[in-house]
Design a protein around this ligand. Sequence first.
Ligand SMILES: Cc1cc2nc3c(=O)[nH]c(=O)nc-3n(C[C@H](O)[C@H](O)[C@H](O)COP(=O)(O)OP(=O)(O)OC[C@H]3O[C@@H](n4cnc5c(N)ncnc54)[C@H](O)[C@@H]3O)c2cc1C
Length: 170
Amino acid sequence: MMLVSGATHEGHVAAVNAVTNAETKKVAHTLVPTGSFTDPEYGAIGMRQSQCSDAGIDYETSVIWCEDLTRAIVDDRTAGFCKMIADRRRHKFLGAYIVGERAVETVQLMATIMAGGLTVEQVADLELAFPAHSAIILMAARDLKYKLDPEYAALYQSGMVGSRASKALS
Ligand SMILES: Cc1cc2nc3c(=O)[nH]c(=O)nc-3n(C[C@H](O)[C@H](O)[C@H](O)COP(=O)(O)OP(=O)(O)OC[C@H]3O[C@@H](n4cnc5c(N)ncnc54)[C@H](O)[C@@H]3O)c2cc1C
């Protein structure tokens, strides 16, 4: 599906190809965040869980509900959630699905994280501004970090770390 982001990028690349002698470039459209400005908003990027399963990828998921997000509570906008999927072997993000206030803005941050190839641990250890709707990414990354690290596994099972939502769904 073509979106404005891809169309403008293609236009820029086509113009550069047309007027310079540099090697001809192509647009791959590998990481394309999508979403819609509904109420609440929704946004998505990367692979779906079913696609990961079909591709035989060993993955882990985390779900954080907006009911547990400080900014959503403060703004009384607690409808929604963030679901993140990460590669268990490489600890890299495969996809993210977000419903809630500013979901499209939040998925932009996820696109940047995935384009930069950051690991679950690198994102979990970020010190992002508080309180923000996009902090739901931090919460999901920390939950994934606990799930992927064998040292945390016992703590996770005991309920001392990790999100209540992920545990309820796992
Ligand atoms: C209802 C709707 C909602 C959308 N909402 C979003 C959104 O929220 N976010 C998002 O990212 N994308 C959205 N899209 C998609 C987005 O509009 C397109 O991906 C984007 O406009 C594609 O840009 P483009 O320059 O390739 O083509 P266009 O924007 O379609 O531009 C092509 C232009 O070429 C002109 N043209 C065509 N043939 C000729 C000709 N023979 N001679 C001269 N001129 C010609 C057309 O009149 C048009 O002005 C939406 C699309 C629709 C239909």
